[in-house]
Design a protein around this ligand. Structure first.
Ligand SMILES: [Cu+2]
Length: 246
């Protein structure tokens, strides 16, 4: 192999340094920037966070190569005056070209296959007896009703921890999108149609239901609390709600 030029050595050095720094930043982003990603309160949400981190980490070396080459060119190939003649012609480097093409194709195809393999997870019910929650979006609020409990209806999404949940989602007007970032659940809410989503929350806490489809003036305020509680708390909540006539 030919000896690397000074420029190529400098680029390789800075590429390696910035890539390591970038990957470390991706791995520790959760701790450095708390709140950047939602809490992973279900296995589904944590798997999505991992996928997001993996894709970002694998994009780092590609982005750094482009930026380091750009920066290196700007710094080293500057002239004070306007050049009076054209620079020497550039010929292709077949090693660099085949590596670039081969590695980036392998990266893209690999990630597509990985993504497709994980996709059915989103559309598959979690094992076990399902708690069905009917979710209705309307301009501009969410309502949740529980057909297994005499259609108790609430504007707070209550879920018992470690319980398999089936959401049946619909809309009374325009298209909304039922999104619970902490649970990794996001599905369109369409008029005259029922879409389904599945989750098994496994971390107690209070999270937020949002609308993820621009649906009008108060879209940004179309939020509802989502509480993951103990089964006992859920049972007593359901019984209190049943005593209140709708
Ligand atoms: Cu909406």
């Amino acid at each position: 192999m030919r000896k690397m030029s000074k420029g190529a050595r400098q680029i390789t050095f800075w590429w390696a340094v910035t890539t390591v720094l970038g990957v470390v930043l991706v791995i520790y982003a959760h701790r450095l920037l708390p709140g950047m990603l939602p809490v992973g309160a279900s296995p589904l949400a944590r798997s999505q966070d991992f996928t997001l981190g993996l894709f970002t980490a694998l994009a780092v070396p590609v982005a750094m190569l482009v930026w380091v080459v750009t920066a290196h060119t700007i710094i080293t190939a500057r002239t004070k005056e306007l050049p009076t003649e054209e620079g020497p012609p550039i010929h292709g480097n077949s090693l660099v070209q085949s590596l670039w093409l081969g590695l980036s194709s392998a990266l893209c195809i690999g990630l597509v296959v990985y993504g497709l393999a994980l996709l059915p997870d989103v559309y598959t019910p979690r094992p076990g007896k399902q708690l069905v929650v009917d979710v209705t979006g309307q301009q501009w609020q969410w309502t949740f009703s529980y057909p297994g409990y005499g259609n108790v209806t609430s504007t707070t999404l209550m879920l018992p921890v470690n319980q398999a949940v089936t959401f049946r989602v619909t809309s009374m007007d325009v298209t909304h999108s039922f999104w619970v970032p902490a649970l990794g659940v996001k599905i369109d809410a369409n008029d005259h149609e029922i879409t389904t989503a599945y989750v098994r929350p496994d971390v107690l806490g209070t999270y937020t239901v949002r609308c993820a489809e621009l649906c009008g003036l108060y879209h940004a305020y179309m939020q509802a609390p989502a509480k993951v509680v103990t089964p006992a708390t859920f049972q007593s909540w359901v019984h209190t709600q049943r005593r209140i006539p709708a």
